[in-house]
Design a protein around this ligand. Structure first.
Ligand code: C2E
Ligand code: MG
Ligand code: MG
Length: 439
């Protein structure tokens, strides 16, 4: 498909990254700010889903899009303001000689509205979205590097909170420092083997027998106690630490599962897979190596991935999931119902299981809408030849209703909380005389 002419004509903005030019322009404004008592703002902008655009339309059209975004931003700037493509899907804007800091959010909105409305873009270019972060000199920074860092912090905050843009404030700096410290502490704990796994049993709701467990990571921090896994996993995901953590996790869990499930062939262990790992094939080798080391059949491993994990780069996620599927492990969609995946995308996935998010299950006894959602997900999964797991079962009534609704597998505090290794061993050996046999 040809969207529009992708040839560069004289006078058109170049697609070559201009990071060095941006740095000298900031240096120039920093020295002017000192002598003329002026303020200026740096905005950094990130084009979303540019990789998909390139895959879909080709790199030539990708370059064309970058030029069009630069042109479009220039259209809405004052003559002295400047825009730079600084590499990949990133742009920067310098708003010079600010008369009032209040103009910064207004300028950001104007830029985002212009690009996202598509009205300045050439005909045929599909709508694109941006995230932006802004910082003001000298209010937020005392040097060029601090300014770049402050604008990046603001962009990070906008992306994390799914806001279109964010402007730096000092709490962002504190949060950033905390995340960096948490990553350092986590790397040290990993090195010293201080992390561990708890195992939460899953049962076959029809036959009332154990089907397996979900492995849930635990980190007893030396001074802060147990840290919520969602928080420290997110911190690890921002660096290569997530790869070390995942490789370590696969090996620990498979080693422990080899002991736990010794007398229970056919049961499987579910491990949560971090979102960022779906963008590369490295995870496929990691899984294959770990299964070989611990001599476990691929069918004994389930990898849980969330819908939102797949959505950051749907094509790359699909490729990785297909490669994992070729190893004959099971794949499960976790927290189903809380993400944004489309049914059109889902039908291509090689996943064999849906886990209904606990927020629907926990409320279904007193919320008819949640109950309808649970029933619809069960029907949808079965129609797609998938199994359904309900997590978050907290009482007998919910368990009984899920059995009546045709749900295949159950997990939740009513059956058992996540248990340390020894407790899980005792629970699995004691079943069916464990907690669920209350009816
Ligand atoms: P998840 O995979 O959806 O895990 C289920 C979470 O629900 C667990 O929280 C579990 O303790 C909790 N849960 C289970 N049954 C019930 C119930 O009946 N009621 C309530 N209120 N909660 C229940 P946990 O262990 O805090 O884990 C939170 C999230 O952290 C997990 O959500 C998963 O996304 C992530 N996570 C945990 N372990 C790992 C890991 O090893 N690797 C990765 N990448 N993520 C992990
Ligand atoms: Mg899970
Ligand atoms: Mg879940």
């Amino acid at each position: 498909m040809r969207l529009a002419s992708s040839e560069t004509s004289p006078g058109e903005p170049s697609v070559a990254p201009r990071r060095d030019e941006l740095l000298s322009a900031i240096d120039h404004l920093v020295s002017r700010a000192a002598t003329h008592d002026q303020k200026f703002a740096l905005l950094v902008l990130n084009l979303l889903e540019f990789r998909e655009f390139n895959i879909h339309f080709g790199h030539q059209q990708g370059d064309f899009l970058l030029r069009e975004v630069v042109r479009c931003i220039q259209e809405v700037l004052r003559p002295d303001d400047r825009v730079f493509h600084i590499g990949g899907d990133e742009f920067a804007v310098l708003l010079s000689d600010l008369k009032a800091v209040q103009v910064v959010p207004l300028a950001m909105e104007r830029i985002l509205d212009a690009v996202e409305s598509g009205k300045y873009l050439a005909e045929g270019i599909p709508a694109v979205s941006l995230r932006a972060g802004g910082a003001i000199f000298p209010d937020h920074a005392g040097s060029r590097d601090e300014l770049l860092c402050a604008a990046d912090n603001a962009l990070y905050a906008a992306r994390k909170s799914r806001r279109r843009y964010s402007i730096y404030d000092s709490s962002l700096h504190a949060q950033n420092q905390q995340r960096i410290q948490m990553r350092k502490d986590l790397a040290a704990s990993l090195e010293k083997d201080r992390l561990l796994f708890h195992y939460q049993p899953q049962i076959d709701l029809r036959e009332k027998r154990i089907k397996g467990c979900e492995a849930l990571i635990r980190w007893p921090h030396e001074t802060q106690g147990w840290i919520n896994p969602e928080i420290f996993i997110a911190a690890a995901e921002e660096s290569a630490l997530i790869e070390d953590l995942t490789f370590w996790s696969l090996n620990v869990v498979l080693r422990e599962w080899a002991q736990l499930a010794e007398n229970m062939p056919g049961n499987s262990i579910a491990i949560n897979l971090s979102a960022t790992l779906l963008n590369s094939r490295e995870i496929v080798d990691m899984v294959e190596r770990a299964l070989n080391i611990w001599n476990l059949p691929p069918a004994s491993l389930t990898l849980e991935v969330t819908e939102s994990a797949m959505m950051s780069d749907p094509q790359a996620a699909l490729d990785t999931l297909n490669a994992l599927n070729e190893l004959h492990i099971n794949l499960s969609i976790d927290d189903f119902g809380t993400g944004y995946s489309s049914l059109a995308y889902m039908k291509h996935l090689p996943t064999r299981e849906l886990k209904i998010d606990k927020s629907f299950v926990m409320n279904m006894m007193n919320n008819p809408k949640d109950q309808s959602i649970v029933q619809s997900v069960i029907d949808l999964a079965h129609n797609l030849n998938m199994q359904v797991v309900a997590e978050g079962i907290e009482n007998q009534a919910t368990l009984d209703l899920l059995v009546d609704m045709g749900c295949d597998t159950g997990q939740g505090y009513f059956i058992s909380r996540p248990l340390p290794l020894e407790g899980a061993k005792a629970f699995l050996n004691g079943f069916p005389y464990g907690a669920v046999d209350k009816s």
